[in-house]
Design a binder for this molecule. Structure first.
Ligand SMILES: Nc1nc2c(ncn2[C@@H]2O[C@H](COP(=O)(O)OP(=O)(O)OP(=O)(O)O)[C@@H](O)[C@H]2O)c(=O)[nH]1
Ligand SMILES: [Mg+2]
Length: 533
């Protein structure tokens, strides 16, 4: 197969939404319908139920929420899919935003009872800025839901995106029976299965097909027909170009936990989702067919498999062909490295991979110098600058009460910092050796504590710190300049890991006050990026 053909069969996408809309459940069902798992697991892993493939982390299983994004690669209907399940909670959103740099399209899951929730809106904005095509899945139609016409209207009104319902729900709540496919004019009526572990039996037929019609009561049938007529009158047509430009979203209805509408979503998505395309870097376009191999690291994760206890760097391949054992240029170290330990990933399972193509996400093991955002390429002129950074808003001291475990404590903390879960700050003029941790949200501290204990055997203790705002000072400020600053009450100067000076403030108000009283000192919400970042 030529490289062009390989690229054409890749579909790399993320599933995004507000917490609890059903991303992980949908992911599991896409795996079921895609033939990648035989039996679907449950997110709320009760006894005798398989846990989901994508929430593999101990804490995720315990809490039933996603904390870290997961890569699942599988083949279906002649396509190679790279699917990324993301966490919805805003405290983990840094991870989700990084994943969005690595995909070519997204499936946005909406809880049909709730409509568009705040986190969905934020993630949508990021997709729009990047011009990522969006496919919408209206989930949980088996529960009392909002009027479907109102949901479509909400997409257009709240998100400002055109919406084309590809299919339409038949009934809702307890009476949710299936969906009407507007492109083939067929009704798909499903039956529920116990726990939704197996594919839902389905009967398909036209509106006049007695076998299908006979399964519906008059009220449900008439309402559906009426709504479909209203949609026809609205006259919106499906336009691929508008979808690919991110101006319009195809909408699918269903219920992930009951497996209703999952097959239609999967097939509809594959029919319209884009293959990998060119990436723009410093004004230059790098085509996926560029003969040079190139890719960037968007995620690092350690201890995915308790048997291995190593760290994996997740690389999105952007151009050329990856071959195991190839030697590439590593942007951060400016050194040549040989990539001999490469894997394809499926949750926390991995398998050696000898070659990969644009669109693929591969896992590289055994390179301690790799960091998030680094480019790996056979053409050193290529350097991607894809990875966004976020300003921490939660601060806490982390104590190590057990001096005998100092080494494990440090080692675990270093690792979690490399994964980008947290940052460490060091107070200026302080004899305190306890690390001050900074994160996007406080749940990350719980993750740190849990992982330190379960992966490194180090029990820790959190102590609240009195700040909520951090701002970076100009990197070239000298000690004397720092001494000369007039600090509002309760604020402190500190350094980040790169020795860049920052100021910690108890609140926004005090940061504004600082700006007024130190007129010539600019503050920034992020460190000034160095050439290598
Ligand atoms: N009734 C109903 N419940 C559903 C459906 N899909 C998912 N759920 C339930 O919704 C809850 C949240 O599902 P998840 O798949 O974990 O949601 P998520 O979006 O991955 O959540 P985070 O990753 O933590 O943001 C679970 O209890 C699911 O069983 C559905 O179609 N109908
Ligand atoms: Mg999840």
């Amino acid at each position: 197969m030529s490289i062009t053909e390989e690229i054409q069969k890749r579909r790399t996408f993320a599933i995004i939404s507000h917490p609890d809309a059903g991303k992980t459940t949908l992911t599991e069902k896409l795996l079921l319908y895609g033939g990648a798992v035989q039996l679907a697991g449950s997110v709320t892993a009760r006894k005798n139920q398989r846990a989901t493939t994508s929430d593999w982390m101990e804490l995720e299983k315990k809490r039933g929420i996603s904390i870290s994004s997961t890569v699942l690669q599988f083949d279906y209907a002649g396509y190679r899919l790279n699917l990324l399940d993301t966490p919805g909670h805003k405290d983990f959103s840094e991870d989700t935003y990084r994943v969005l740099t690595a995909v070519d399209s997204v499936v946005m899951v909406i809880d049909s009872a709730k409509g568009i929730e705040p986190q969905t809106r934020k993630l949508f904005e990021v997709c729009r800025q990047r011009g990522v095509p969006i496919f919408t899945f209206m989930n949980k139609c088996d529960r009392p839901m909002k009027d479907p016409l109102a949901l479509i209207d909400e997409l257009e009104r709240v998100l400002g995106i055109g919406a084309f319902p590809v299919n339409w729900p038949i009934g809702d709540g307890f009476d949710f029976r299936g969906v009407y496919d507007r492109q083939t004019n067929q009704m798909h009526l499903f039956e529920r299965t116990v726990g939704g572990k197996y594919r839902a039996p389905v009967s398909v037929g036209g509106v006049d097909d007695p076998a299908v019609r006979g399964q519906l009561d008059d009220t449900t049938f008439n309402r559906t027909v009426e709504e479909l007529e209203m949609l026809e009158h609205a006259g919106e047509i499906f336009a691929d170009a508008a979808v690919l430009a991110g101006r319009s979203t195809p909408v699918f209805f269903g219920s992930a936990s009951n497996n209703f509408g999952v097959q239609l979503l999967l097939d509809g998505f594959l029919k319209h989702a884009p293959a990998p395309k060119s990436r723009v870097m410093g004004g230059i376009e790098i085509s996926p067919t560029n003969p040079a191999f190139s890719g960037f690291i968007f995620k690092i994760q350690a201890n995915m498999d308790p048997k291995h206890r190593d760290r994996i760097a997740f690389v999105r391949v952007c151009s050329g062909k990856f071959e195991r054992d190839m030697t590439v240029h590593h942007s951060r170290s400016e050194k040549k490295v040989r990539l001999s330990s490469s894997h394809k990933l499926f949750g926390n399972e991995r398998e050696t991979v000898d070659e990969a193509y644009p669109g693929d996400v591969i896992g590289l093991v055994g390179h301690d110098s790799f960091g998030i955002g680094d480019t790996l390429t056979t053409d050193p002129a290529i350097a991607y600058k894809e990875i966004p950074r976020f300003t921490p808003e939660a601060f806490s001291y982390l104590h190590n009460p057990n001096t005998a475990k100092y080494k494990q404590f440090r080692q675990g903390l270093e690792q979690l910092m490399q994964e980008g879960v947290i940052q460490a700050l060091y107070l200026r003029n302080s004899s305190v050796k306890t690390p001050l941790l900074a994160a996007v949200g406080p749940l990350q501290f719980e993750v740190v504590q849990f992982r330190l204990e379960s992966e490194y055997g180090a029990v820790s203790r959190l102590e609240a710190a009195p700040w909520t705002v951090v701002r970076w000072l100009p990197a070239d400020m000298k000690e004397d300049d720092l001494d000369a600053l007039s600090l509002p009450t309760g604020s402190r100067v500190a350094y980040d890991v790169g020795k860049n000076p920052v100021v910690l403030f108890p609140n926004e108000w005090s940061a504004e006050y600082f700006t007024k009283t130190n007129g010539r000192v600019p503050l920034s919400t992020l460190p000034v990026q160095t050439a290598r970042e």
